[in-house]
Design a protein around this ligand. Structure first.
Ligand SMILES: NC(=O)c1ccc[n+]([C@@H]2O[C@H](COP(=O)([O-])OP(=O)(O)OC[C@H]3O[C@@H](n4cnc5c(N)ncnc54)[C@H](OP(=O)(O)O)[C@@H]3O)[C@@H](O)[C@H]2O)c1
Length: 458
C-alpha cells in the first residue's frame, strides 16, 4: 500500500506518522509522480507545530511537503508534454509531497536532466525559488557587496551562489564550521555573534550595498546599521522588523513558478549551482529528518528519499495499460483518441519485438508531409527511444492502421541526421510540443518514414 506522512494534531515531531493511503488518481491537468526525493523545510515545522495556525489553518489528518522529484506514473486527462516513466522535478501547492505518490499540476513539473541527482532535484523548489526571489528583490548588480545571513542554510547556500553568479562580492554570515564551504564558493565567510558589524566592515573594507536575511533575529537592524538602503534589504522570515523598517519580504511566493525552477535546474545541470545535501533520510524516518532540521545547523538541504518507489515493473504495467486504453479507444472511435493524443493524427503501428520477436501494437502520432508518412520516436518517453523504434530498426517490416481503414503493410526507414532534421523542423511547425520536448530532454528524437511495403525505399 502506498505511504504518506500525516499528522492528526499540532505538536512536535512525534505527531508525524507514516500511514498507508490509497494510491491517488490524477484529475484532469494533473500527473501522478512516484516520489524519489522530497525536501523538508522549516515551513513544515511551523505549520505542524501550530505556529502558523492563523495563516495556514490545517485540517486533520494533514499531509506535508511541497518539494519533490520523481517519476511520472500516470497522466490525467488533457496532459501532454509528459510521458509515463519520465523523470521530473516540481512542486505541489497543497502540502502533500512527503509520500510515495504525489498528485501534481502538470504546470508545476519540468523534466529532470539525467545528471541532476534525485536528492538535489527533490530538495530544490522551496529554497531555490526563495533564494532566487530574495536575490532579485535586492537588485544585485555586478560589483555590489551583498551580505547574506544564514549563508550556509538551505536558502542561504543558494542565495550566496546566485548573487556570486551575478558578479557580486558576497559576504556570508555563518558559524566557523561552514567557512571552508563558503570560501570554496568564492564567498567571504564572517562569523555571526557579538562584533559581527565590525567583522563585516573589516572583511570588505568598504560599504555594503545589499543585505539578504534568511535567518531572522537582529539582522535587519544590522543591515540598517551597516547603512544599507531599506529597498535593498530583503528578509524571508522577520516580517515584524520588515514592517518597522520598510524592507522587502520577497520569498518563495514571489518566484514560485516552473519557469524559475527550470532556470535553476539548468544552472545545476551546467555545474554552475550546487545544492549541498546535508542528509537524506528514508521517508519512514521523517521524524529524525525533522529533528535534524530543527537544530538549525543544516548546511544546504535535508531531503526525504524513497527507495521503495518507483517500482520499475509498476511503471511498465502503467505504460502497458496506457497503451491498451488508447488502442481500444482508437478502434472504438474510428482512429480518434483523446487525452495526450487529442487532436493528433494517430495510427496504430504493429511492429515485431526486437528481442521477443512477438507482435507489438502502439498508438503513434504520424505526420503526412508531401504525401509521405512519418512517425517520430517521442511517444514513450523515459529519455530514450521508445520500444517500437528499436523494433523497427531490427525488423523494418510493419503494419499500420489509420482511421478505420484495413491494416496495410509498410516498410520503415529511419532517417539519417540531415534528412531527419529537415523533417523534424516540418513536424515542429504543426506540433511545437515535440520541439519543446526535444529541448527539455536534450534528446535527438528519431524520425522514421513509412512507405508501402511494395514500394522501393530510396
Ligand atoms: N518567506 C519564504 O518564502 C521562506 C521560504 C523558505 C524559508 N523561509 C524561512 O527562512 C528561514 C531559513 O530557511 P532555510 O531552509 O534556509 O533554513 P535552514 O536550512 O534550516 O537554515 C539553517 C542555517 O541557519 C544558520 N544559523 C543558525 N543560527 C544562526 C544565527 N544566529 N545567525 C545566522 N545564521 C544562523 C545555520 O548556519 P550555521 O550552521 O553556520 O550556524 C544553518 O546553516 C526559515 O526560518 C524559514 O522558515 C522563508
Amino acid at each position: 500500500m502506498p505511504r504518506a506522512v500525516r499528522f492528526n494534531e499540532y505538536g512536535d515531531v512525534d505527531v508525524l506518522e507514516v500511514v498507508d493511503v490509497p494510491r491517488p488518481t490524477p484529475a484532469p491537468g494533473q500527473v501522478l509522480v512516484a516520489m524519489r526525493a522530497a525536501g523538508i523545510n522549516p515551513l513544515e515545522t511551523s505549520i505542524r507545530s501550530g505556529l502558523l495556525r492563523e495563516v495556514f489553518p490545517t485540517t486533520f489528518p494533514a499531509g506535508q511537503g511541497l518539494d519533490l522529484a520523481g517519476q511520472v506514473v500516470e497522466l490525467g486527462e488533457g496532459v501532454d508534454g509528459f510521458t509515463v516513466g519520465q523523470d521530473v522535478v516540481g512542486f505541489t501547492e497543497n502540502q502533500s509531497s512527503h509520500a510515495d505518490y504525489v498528485l501534481v499540476n502538470a504546470d508545476n513539473v519540468i523534466a529532470k536532466p539525467g545528471n541532476v541527482p534525485w536528492e538535489v532535484a527533490g530538495g530544490l523548489y522551496v529554497v531555490g525559488t526563495t533564494a532566487y526571489a530574495a536575490v532579485a528583490a535586492v537588485g544585485v548588480n555586478a560589483g555590489d557587496t551583498v551580505v547574506v545571513s544564514g549563508a550556509a542554510g538551505g536558502v542561504g547556500s543558494l542565495a550566496v551562489q546566485l548573487a556570486k553568479h551575478l558578479g557580486a562580492n558576497v559576504v556570508g554570515l555563518a558559524s566557523p564550521a561552514n567557512h571552508e564551504w563558503l570560501t570554496a564558493h568564492g564567498v567571504i565567510p564572517v562569523s555571526y555573534g557579538d562584533g559581527v558589524a565590525e567583522r563585516i566592515t573589516a572583511a570588505i573594507g568598504g560599504t555594503v550595498d545589499a543585505f539578504i536575511d534568511t535567518f531572522g533575529a537582529d539582522y535587519i537592524r544590522l543591515a540598517i546599521d551597516l547603512g544599507v538602503a531599506p529597498q535593498r534589504i530583503d528578509t524571508i522570515i522577520n516580517f515584524a522588523d520588515a514592517a518597522q523598517y520598510g524592507v522587502k519580504t520577497d520569498g518563495n511566493s514571489a518566484a514560485a513558478t516552473a519557469q524559475v525552477l527550470a532556470e535553476l535546474v539548468d544552472l545545476i545541470d551546467r555545474g554552475e549551482l550546487e545544492v549541498p545535501i546535508a542528509a537524506a533520510y528514508p521517508l519512514e524516518h521523517v521524524r529524525d529528518a525533522f529533528r535534524d532540521l530543527e537544530r538549525r545547523r543544516t548546511r544546504g538541504k535535508i531531503v526525504l528519499v524513497n527507495h521503495t518507489a518507483p517500482d520499475p515493473a509498476a511503471v511498465l504495467v502503467a505504460e502497458r495499460e496506457f497503451n491498451q486504453r488508447n488502442i481500444e479507444e482508437f478502434r472504438a472511435n474510428g482512429g480518434k483518441v483523446g487525452g495526450q493524443f487529442e487532436g493528433f493524427p494517430l495510427l496504430l503501428l504493429t511492429s515485431t519485438g526486437a528481442r521477443s520477436g512477438q507482435h507489438r501494437i502502439n498508438p503513434v502520432a504520424y505526420f503526412d508531409i508531401d504525401g509521405k508518412i512519418y512517425i517520430i520516436g517521442s511517444s514513450a518517453g523515459r529519455d530514450r527511444d521508445p520500444a517500437w523504434a528499436f523494433n523497427l530498426r531490427a525488423h523494418p517490416a510493419a503494419t499500420i492502421e489509420i482511421d478505420s481503414e484495413a491494416p496495410r503493410a509498410v516498410t520503415a526507414r529511419e532517417l539519417p541526421p540531415a534528412e531527419r532534421d529537415t523533417i523534424f523542423r516540418a513536424v515542429v511547425q504543426t506540433a511545437p510540443g515535440f520541439g519543446d520536448y526535444e529541448r527539455r530532454t536534450d534528446r535527438v528524437i528519431p524520425v522514421f518514414e513509412l512507405a508501402p511495403a511494395s514500394s522501393p525505399m530510396h
